[in-house]
Design a protein around this ligand. Structure first.
Ligand SMILES: Cc1cc2nc3c(=O)[nH]c(=O)nc-3n(C[C@H](O)[C@H](O)[C@H](O)COP(=O)(O)O)c2cc1C
Length: 190
């Protein structure tokens, strides 16, 4: 496989992961920097991927600390590992935030299954929980979720591709331009 094949295969795997809960890259680590310049990381579900724009989509609650962090500093690293292919993908770039009321957030909300909408029905993420319950949220609370739902559009500018092998690990580095076209690529020492 040459470098352009590796790049194409990595993005094809991300596109597959967005549609397949069993895929290794379905859950990715989204890393940001907070107001005190401390690194912050958390798992997120990959909701969509577009290889031509080098775009990944994530969903989150706009009341969460990450939303505030990303509003102030949109630079992120997205880290994934697939045990099946023993592949690490480390992408760097920026996120665009689409908050409640935006066309992008409304369109994504409309496509969410009812069970996923309940994720946004509770109190603010991280706040102390007043009580434990296994009850389903009230329909009114589920409807409220739309006003908290945010979409993160990540555009990758670099991909650091690393394959762990029994010997002879492989690493390749890719840069993309603003439109997502491959601007440069090279092999790297692992
Ligand atoms: C497998 C997995 C998937 C997750 N997916 C999401 C997600 O898609 N969006 C999200 O906001 N939080 C998701 N979470 C929860 C986050 O990892 C995190 O705990 C939460 O969003 C609070 O992050 P913050 O305090 O940095 O804002 C997921 C957690 C796990 C374990």
């Amino acid at each position: 496989m040459d470098l352009t094949d590796i790049d194409a295969a990595a993005w094809a795997e991300l596109e597959t992961a967005a549609a397949d809960p069993q895929s290794g890259f379905r859950y990715l680590n989204l890393c940001s920097v907070d107001a005190e310049a401390r690194p912050q990381a958390r798992m997120v579900v990959l909701r969509a991927a577009d290889r031509s724009a080098r775009r990944l989509e994530f969903h989150t609650d706009t009341r969460s600390p990450k939303w505030l962090e990303l509003s102030a500093n949109p630079h992120v690293t997205v880290l994934g590992f697939s045990a099946g292919s023993r592949l690490q993908l480390r992408l760097q770039g920026k996120v665009e935030l689409h908050g409640p009321g935006s066309g992008a957030a409304e369109a994504a909300w409309d496509k969410l299954p009812a069970r996923t909408r309940t994720t946004y029905a509770g109190g603010p993420p991280g706040d102390q929980r007043a009580f434990q319950t296994t009850d389903m949220p009230e329909p009114a609370d589920v409807a409220e979720g739309k006003a908290r739902f945010g979409l993160l559009n990540f555009r990758a500018r670099t991909l650091d591709w690393f394959q762990l092998r029994q010997q002879d690990n492989r690493r390749a580095l890719f840069c993309y331009d603003e439109a997502g076209a491959l601007a440069s690529c090279r092999w790297g020492n692992p």
